[in-house]
Design a protein around this ligand. Structure first.
Ligand code: DGI
Ligand code: FE
Ligand code: FE
Ligand code: FE
Length: 188
C-alpha cells in the first residue's frame, strides 16, 4: 500500500472534519519523527490510517475484535471510544492488506498507549493528542513537554486522559494505567 492509496482509502471512511484531523496528525507525527529519529514512512502510514475505523458501528467493531485471534476481547469491555483503535488495525490488515507490524501496533495502541510502546507507537499516540486542532485542558503543557521529551509528552497526555476519564467515572483500559506507570518511573 503506497501513501497515496492509503489517503484515498481512509478519506472514504471518514467525515471531512475527521479527515482534516488525520492530515494534522500526519504533519505532527512527521515533525516528531524528525525530532526523535523514527522511521518516517512507517510513522506516516500509521498516522494516515490511525482512525480508519472511527465511524464503524460499535457492534461491527466488537465483531472484528472478537474474530481477531491476535486482539484481546478485553478491548470490548471499556467503553466504545477505544474500539476503533484495535478494530481499525484489524480492518486495515484485512481490507487494505497492511502487514507491517510496526504500523499495525501503532494503530492498535494510538488511543490507550501501553507499557513498552515503541518509538513509532509513542509518536502516533502523542501526535493524535497534540495535533494543532486539539483543544483540551492542559494541552499546552503537553505540547511543550513533547518538544523536549517524547516520554514526558506521552506521560502528560496519559495523565490528562486518566484524569478526564476518572472525573467522569468512566472505565480506564488497563494498558493506559500500565503506560502511565511505566513512564512515571522512567521520567522520575
Ligand atoms: O480518535 P480520536 O478522537 O482522534 O482520539 P483517540 O483515539 O485518542 O480517542 C479519544 C477517546 O478515547 C476519548 O473519548 C477518551 C477515550 N479513551 C482514551 N483512553 C481511554 C479511553 N476510554 C477508555 N474507556 N479507556 C481508556 O483508557
Ligand atoms: Fe483515534
Ligand atoms: Fe479476539
Ligand atoms: Fe485521531
Amino acid at each position: 500500500m503506497n501513501e497515496q492509496r492509503a489517503f484515498e482509502a481512509v478519506k472514504k471512511q471518514l467525515k471531512p472534519a475527521r479527515y482534516e484531523h488525520t492530515l494534522r496528525v500526519v504533519e505532527t507525527a512527521e515533525e516528531l519523527a524528525g525530532k526523535y529519529h523514527a522511521r518516517l514512512e512507517k510513522v506516516r502510514l500509521a498516522a494516515i490510517l490511525h482512525d480508519y475505523a472511527k465511524y464503524r458501528p460499535a457492534s461491527e467493531m466488537k465483531d472484528v475484535i472478537r474474530s481477531a485471534d491476535w486482539l484481546s476481547d478485553e478491548w470490548c469491555s471499556y467503553g466504545e471510544a477505544i474500539l476503533h483503535a484495535p478494530a481499525g488495525a484489524a480492518l486495515v490488515r484485512s481490507e487494505l492488506g497492511i502487514t507491517d507490524e510496526d504500523v499495525i501496533r501503532a494503530i492498535v495502541y494510538h488511543t490507550t498507549g501501553r507499557a513498552g510502546m515503541t518509538l513509532i507507537e509513542k509518536i502516533v499516540f502523542l501526535a493524535d493528542y497534540i495535533e494543532p486542532g486539539r483543544k483540551s485542558p492542559g494541552i499546552e503543557s503537553v505540547r511543550q513537554a513533547a518538544d523536549d521529551s517524547l516520554d514526558r509528552g506521552c506521560l502528560l497526555a496519559l495523565a490528562n486522559t486518566i484524569g478526564f476519564l476518572t472525573s467522569k467515572k468512566q472505565p480506564v483500559f488497563p494498558d493506559t494505567f500500565h503506560a502511565y506507570n511505566e513512564l512515571v518511573k522512567l521520567t522520575m
